[in-house]
Write a protein of this length. Structure first.
Length: 383
């Protein structure tokens, strides 16, 4: 690891704080809690689907334009604009009609996308080279708190009024404070850090693996999150049991990201990816058995760790390749993940409609098997 006097821990700490606070406001409130509020205020399923699509569309736009804005205006400015855009979107929704709420949804997603690509390349440029995987894992763990903290806080303040919006605006706005104390970002012309012989896990383009992992991760994560209630209903679980299992899935993803980053640092990116992919296959085989609630809970916890790790591994790949600009590389895997997330529920829904609710688990396992086969056939695993 680089010596401490060469590592800007002040900025690393500040940027992690920016991510944690803004993720609670932008994602936790804006993406997770907001649909619940809208459903209680009369939106039907079709309108909720359109609203969610508008948020993801806004995020894709933010991901697409952020690298150029980083170069023109600097990372700090792009992050600040992203935070302010989301605040504007959240503030516009409570007393507005549908014609205003839909553009506001785009603004919420746009702000999240700008902050994502404004912050992460900055953070990973200044990360210690040999600890980059662990830093990515730690960072993903922090932002993984958002979908857990935001619903709890919303339940505390109540979802019927506008308190949830004030929470989202407050957390997003507070992220400007640590952003202000971060030292200036490195020169925008800096390329992605070169991969050392120790950490290079591939015999071909590292970024290509990152994009493939991101696509599989997006399909898998979105399919599970969007269609798990149908799987649970097929096993006669109550709504309370399904909420518990979804929380356990999120907790598994939260707790295992640092371990995945550590594995990538010490055994290589491809080896860590293979462990997660093969692990997913075995976990889904177990989950497909007629388990009791406790047995399925343990399986879902482990599945949350492996499935959520796909995005972490894709980001590690984007920050480890020596090809191209870091902002553009992070954007590529982020857009691959986000775009594939749109199709995950469609693919899983068609399979479950044709077969049964159990098709969700088999689909996740098949994708893990496909990734495992790709790694074993096309990628050279090294320590």
């Amino acid at each position: 690891m680089n010596s401490d006097h060469r590592t800007d821990w002040r900025t690393i700490t500040a940027l992690n704080a920016v991510s944690t606070l803004s993720q609670i406001g932008q994602f936790g409130i804006g993406i997770v809690v907001l649909p619940l509020w809208l459903a209680q205020h009369g939106l039907n399923a079709a309108q909720l689907g359109i609203f969610a699509s508008a948020e993801w569309f806004g995020m894709l736009v933010g991901l697409a334009v952020a690298p150029r804005l980083n170069t023109q205006f600097g990372h700090r400015t792009v992050i600040a604009i992203g935070l302010l855009v989301t605040i504007l979107g959240l503030a516009a929704i409570p007393d507005a009609d549908w014609s205003i709420r839909l553009p506001a949804a785009v603004l919420i997603g746009l702000g999240l996308g700008l902050r994502w690509i404004g912050l992460e390349p900055w953070l990973y440029q200044i990360a210690p080279d040999k600890a980059r995987g662990r830093l990515v894992g730690f960072h993903e763990t922090l932002i993984g708190l958002a979908p857990i903290i935001a619903p709890v806080l919303t339940e505390w303040v109540g979802i019927n009024g506008t308190a949830a919006f004030f929470l989202g605006i407050a957390f997003t706005g507070c992220a400007l404070i640590p952003l202000a104390i971060a030292r200036p970002a490195p020169d925008q012309t800096i390329k992605s850090p070169a991969v050392t012989n120790h950490s290079n896990p591939l015999s071909h383009n590292v970024l290509a693996l990152g994009i493939i992992v991101a696509i599989i991760g997006g399909i898998t994560d979105a399919a599970f999150s969007g269609l798990f209630p149908i799987f649970g209903a097929g096993r006669n679980f109550s709504s309370e049991q399904m909420e518990t299992l979804l929380s356990v899935f999120g907790l598994g993803g939260l707790l295992l990201q640092f371990l995945v980053g550590w594995l990538a640092d010490h055994r290589g990116l491809a080896f860590a990816t293979l462990v997660c992919a093969i692990g997913t296959v075995f976990i889904t085989m177990i989950a497909a058995l007629p388990l009791g609630f406790i047995g399925l809970t343990l399986s879902i916890f482990a599945l949350g760790g492996t499935v959520t790790s796909y995005l972490t591994l894709a980001i590690i790949a984007a920050t480890s390749t020596c090809d191209g600009n870091l902002s553009i590389n992070v954007r590529r895997v982020s857009m691959a993940y986000t775009a594939s997330s749109i199709f995950g529920p469609l693919i899983a829904g068609a399979a479950m409609k044709t077969l049964s609710g159990e098709a969700l688990i088999w689909l996740i396992g098949l994708l893990g098997g496909a990734l495992s086969g790709y790694l074993l056939l096309k990628v050279r695993l090294v320590r």
